[in-house]
Design a protein around this ligand. Structure first.
Ligand SMILES: Nc1ncnc2c1ncn2[C@@H]1O[C@H](COP(=O)(O)OP(=O)(O)OP(=O)(O)O)[C@@H](O)[C@H]1O
Ligand SMILES: [Mg+2]
Length: 244
């Protein structure tokens, strides 16, 4: 059975999609674990752009058959990025936001766990219903934040309201730069949660990813790509050691 890794944040725009896309490529192409990235942002998802894909199908196509999903259904719904790396795109219609109930999402994840080693979730920020469902279903929860006071306060409140505290939860600090006003250790102490990773500010690598759909992890010169490759190796080690 595959492991579900959710990428969450209290505040929007902190880098969840950049991390999700690059982790999917590092885990699926680099470590050869069959990986699917599910973009849970209806209408607003950008994982396809960051992978330079034009998906024809979405998880919206799976909702009518959610209780009887077969591997054929999954194969038809996903878009291939690379052998071992697939994307399940969200529907383009923003108003479909409410259609993923916890029960629907649980069925979807059960079906994907049976077919993939790793299921990555890119989620809407904050505590939308779909994010709440994903928080309660993911085996591993990475909570991303930037090193600034607004993100720190939002993340503190977000962590206080988390369901299922027995699930593995780690902080990832993104856009870290030397001389930042708050250090990673101060953030970890303030939030009292395990610090899983620190990712550097990398405007050049991110620009190529956002503009041309060239993942940072495939770019040798990208500092962010290197850090995400290292993070992917730690993540796999943790999953293999804990058996989740
Ligand atoms: N490590 C980084 N270095 C430089 N810029 C970054 C980095 N990470 C993210 N960014 C900037 O932040 C922007 C937002 O990133 P991204 O779309 O991944 O955030 P998000 O958390 O998914 O946003 P949303 O909450 O809207 O889904 C990027 O387009 C980029 O400009
Ligand atoms: Mg995003």
């Amino acid at each position: 059975m595959g492991t579900v890794i959710g990428i969450f944040s209290a505040k929007g725009g902190v880098g969840k999609t950049i991390l999700a896309v690059n982790l999917a490529v590092a885990l699926g192409a680099g470590h050869r674990r069959k990986t699917v990235l599910i973009d849970l942002n209806p209408g607003l998802g950008t994982a396809d752009l960051l992978l330079d894909l034009e998906p024809e199908n979405s998880w919206g196509d799976l909702l009518p058959v959610i209780d009887e999903l077969s591997s054929k259904h999954l194969q038809l719904a996903v878009t291939d990025y690379h052998p071992g790396v697939d994307l399940l795109n969200p529907p383009p219609d923003i108003s479909r936001k409410g259609t993923f109930t916890r029960r629907n999402l649980a069925s979807l994840l059960d079906a994907f766990r049976a077919e993939y080693d790793l299921v990555l979730l890119d989620t809407p920020p904050g505590n939308s219903p779909v994010t709440g469902a994903a928080l309660s279903l993911a085996d591993v929860r990475l909570v991303l934040l930037t090193p600034d006071a607004p993100a720190l306060r939002s993340t503190s409140r977000f962590l206080a309201g988390l369901p299922g505290t027995e699930r593995l939860t780690g902080l990832v600090i993104n856009q870290h730069a030397p001389g930042a006003a708050i250090s990673p250790d101060e953030i970890k102490d303030h939030l009292g949660t395990h610090l899983f990773g620190v990712l550097p500010m990398d405007p050049t690598g991110v620009w190529a990813n956002v503009s041309y759909g060239e993942p940072c992890v495939l770019r040798k010169s990208s500092k962010l790509g290197k850090s995400i490759r290292q993070l992917s190796a730690r993540l796999l080690k943790m999953i293999d050691q804990t058996g989740i």
